[in-house]
Design a protein around this ligand. Sequence first.
Ligand code: BGC
Length: 338
Amino acid sequence: MKKVFAIILALCMMLTLVACAESGSTDSDVKTYKVGVAIYQFDDNFMTLYRNEIQAYFKTLETDKVKYDVTIVDGKNDMAEQSNQVDNFITQKMDVIILNLVQTSSADALISKVVAANIPLVLINREPLAYDKDGNTIDEAYEGILNNAKVCYVGADARQSGTFQGEIVRDLPTKGDINGDGVISYIMIEGDPENIDAQYRTQFSVKALVDAGLQVECLDDQVGNWAQAKGQELCANALAKFGDKVEVVFCNNDAMALGAAAAIQAAGRTVGTDIYLLGVDALEECVEMVNNGTMTGTVLNDHVGQSHKAVDVAVMLLEGKDIQNYYWVDYVKVVKEG
Ligand code: BGC
């Protein structure tokens, strides 16, 4: 009798355990979303800040019930590599993809793949564009490319950053004309020319001066591909070639401005006295330089605002909420305090 009782008791205990497991351990209550983030190139000062902030911000949004399994991959500035990475994200059944394109001209192909796999997509930093047969961008077609309820672009309007660079020069006591010959003689160091940020910053920095009725002369305009070492090399060459004629050095980003600052110093020139230097991004070291006078100004490219917006929109997509196709984050002028 005792034996039968013991067996019944053991059976009851087993059943209770099984019931417990089925009614949901803490683990089965947790929803883990798989997030794929493809960055055009890890070796980029600005995008490094941006991607670290994406990761950190996803962490802050986690709760007992929701987790984000974030995979970030390096496109190594190679479109074929990035295309494979996106294929892998699709195979891995990511719940959402955040994409910083290597080439905006490949936007269509990549967006189509992700849309066909029914995965929501947030494009960041490099605005996807449409091109006509001559390779010129077509403004009206932007909307067409993103015309999908689960695809959007989060970025900043690069026209604004270029305009701010020009306005910083316009507002200097000399208006950028150090030698007083009535002309602002500048050199331009451009980012990747396929990138609309580079095109607009190049165009709108100068436009702000021209719109203010000032005369400008472009001494040199070269492509530094966003990279510090290239910025240094190009600025050094231009200073060797044009010497004191160079009054303003416009760099499409701060990484190249850091390089240009080194070249300016090596050439024995002094920012604020016999030359001006402008960047975009407001990297921490450049904000310090603006404050100690070794850079004339920069423009905050708000990686915190942009990454948070991108993540917030990704979460909205995960929750099945409606989104806009475009989200814009403002640039901010950075000049010496006080
Ligand atoms: C930033 C650059 C960066 C580029 C990458 C731009 O918005 O200003 O620093 O290299 O994005 O696409």
